[in-house]
Design a protein around this ligand. Structure first.
Ligand code: AMP
Ligand code: ZN
Length: 499
């Protein structure tokens, strides 16, 4: 089999063919660093990490580029609202650069906790203003722009393929209706769907960060940064571009119009700017949409004032429980966040780590050589590879490792080799976590049908004790005792056995 990816451009599953054999260049839209990343944002980066690790697993050399948006992103994607960075700086009584640094650091901590590999290039918008200006000059020279009210706009009616990526209806767009209904009317725009390439003083008199440009002192629109930086680091034609599905109708549509709008005839003959567009679907809260600007969101590990939201680590989950929860869903399907789902991810991950621990013990930590695996073990590897090649199907890949660790026909050394190999993509730190796991005390829970449920109760009791909620902790202990189960507190954490 070969790698197949669902391309939003054309909306089909397509065989992946890189531009240069053996090499993949790809760009993922990075965070706007005006607040902490919420767990929905982090879904986008775990998906990107799976793409990154899968390409490496399949033997490609990769160049993964990600931007950090530290200027130009307004609260509305359609050039309306306030500047997100400026608003946050005013609220925090800090400079825009301080805010950007603070939240970039927090973002890096989150991605590290989720075992997300750092992209090869992480580039800040504010470090690339000259590249953006040069690109805008080319777009202007190609006749796609107009000045109005002090801003330089992109005229979408000059770009025939504008509606292609998102299947938009051009007539509706020009009327400000349909999927991209215009709420705030900008009188300067020729078409409601036009967007700003360069803002001047006309939008915000006291904009903190401004630069000189041929169109006046000002700052860039949000979309231009991704066009400019991706082309700087990956060239005029590259393989894959990613982001959340919310980016399809506006941000990525505008990026294409800009990038291909800057092309010469020669460039156009060489092919499109990006060959494959990949988009992750949303993480949805049962109570409705989660957004950074609403003040109602869930972070991975950063404590928030309670009126704003909460973090998963405070609820007793580890960051890797969340990674597991995400991998158990396919990136192109909406995923509903729930504590039940998180509990089941946590328990399944724990059970998997325990299995790996027994494999480590049985194999004395010695993994078999991949080149000399038995046919049975090789089948697992082939199936795992096929799962990933099938549009990065992590739910299948995850169940593949689950099956392999339970397969008693495999030698422990082989099982360990499979775990190590598969975990280079799943990145759940299975072996490291198994080494950390407390040595089993008392009875082994192998084959106990209630083990997962009891494990979960023991964890709840530990969390309750941590939160000084001794009434709940005692109740759990007593309820278990009534069922003939004793909890044993050991220096490495609690375990349990049946009496
Ligand atoms: P932002 O920092 O707002 O530019 O968003 C960073 C990334 O998170 C983008 O790729 C968004 O498309 C993505 N994103 C935002 N909200 C969600 C969500 N609830 N679920 C999944 N991805 C999201
Ligand atoms: Zn972008």
């Amino acid at each position: 089999m070969s790698l197949k990816l669902f391309n939003t451009m054309g909306k089909t599953l397509q065989e992946f063919k890189p531009i240069h054999e053996g090499f993949v260049g790809f760009y993922g839209c990075g965070p706007t660093v005006y607040n902490y990343a919420h767990i929905g944002n982090l879904r986008a980066y775990v998906f990107l990490d799976i793409l990154d690790r899968t390409l490496t697993y399949l033997g490609y050399d990769i160049k993964h580029v990600m931007n950090i948006t530290d200027v130009g992103h307004l609260t509305g994607d359609n050039d309306d609202g306030e500047d997100k960075m400026k608003k946050s700086a005013a609220e925090r009584h800090q400079s825009v650069l301080e805010v950007a640094k603070f939240y970039t650091d927090a973002f890096m901590k989150d991605i590290d906790a989720l075992n997300i590999r750092h992209p090869d290039v992480i580039c800040k918008a504010t470090d690339h203003i000259p590249e953006m200006i040069e690109l805008i000059k080319k777009i202007e020279a190609n006749g796609h722009t107009y000045m109005a009210g002090g801003n330089l706009y992109y005229d979408i009616s000059t770009y025939p393929d504008y509606a292609k990526l998102a299947n938009l209806n051009m007539e509706e767009l020009q009327a400000g209706a349909g999927k991209r209904k215009v709420v705030v009317v900008d009188e300067n725009k020729r078409n409601p769907g036009d967007f700003v390439l360069w803002f001047t003083k006309s939008k915000f008199e006291d904009q903190a960060m401004t630069w000189d440009s041929p169109w006046g002192r000002g700052y860039p629109g949000w979309h231009i940064e991704c066009s400019a930086m991706s082309m700087k680091y990956l060239g005029k034609h590259f393989d894959i571009h990613t982001g959340g599905i919310d980016h399809v109708p506006v941000h990525h549509t505008n990026e294409i119009a800009q990038s291909e709008g800057s092309f010469t005839e020669e460039d156009r003959k060489e092919g499109p700017w990006v060959n494959y567009w990949l988009h992750n679907d949303f993480l949805i809260l049962e109570g409705g949409k989660m957004s950074k600007s609403s003040g109602n969101f869930i972070t991975l590990q950063t404590k928030l004032p309670s009126e704003k939201g909460y973090c998963l680590t405070d609820k007793g989950y580890e960051p890797l429980d969340y990674r597991y929860f995400l991998l158990a869903g396919h990136y192109r399907k909406p995923l509903v966040f729930s504590f039940n789902g998180m509990d089941s991810a946590k328990n399944s991950r724990k059970a998997l780590v325990n299995k790996v621990k027994s494999i480590l013990d049985a194999s004395n930590g010695k993994a078999a050589d991949l080149a000399s695996l038995s046919p049975k073990a090789k089948e697992y590897l082939d199936a795992f590879k096929a799962d990933l090649e099938n549009d990065l199907s992590t739910p299948q890949a995850l169940s593949r490792v689950q099956l392999a660790v339970k397969d008693t026909e495999l030698k422990p050394e082989e099982a360990l080799a499979l775990v190590q190999n598969m975990d280079s993509v799943l990145a759940l730190s299975l072996v490291e976590e198994a080494k950390k796991a407390a040595a089993p005390q008392g009875d082994s829970h192998e084959g106990d049908p209630e083990a997962a449920e009891i494990d979960a109760l023991v964890i709840q009791r530990t969390e309750a004790k941590k939160a000084k909620d001794f009434a709940t902790a005692d109740k759990i202990r007593n309820d278990l005792a009534a069922r003939g189960i004793v909890i044993i507190d050991t220096p490495t954490g609690p375990t349990w056995k049946r009496q």
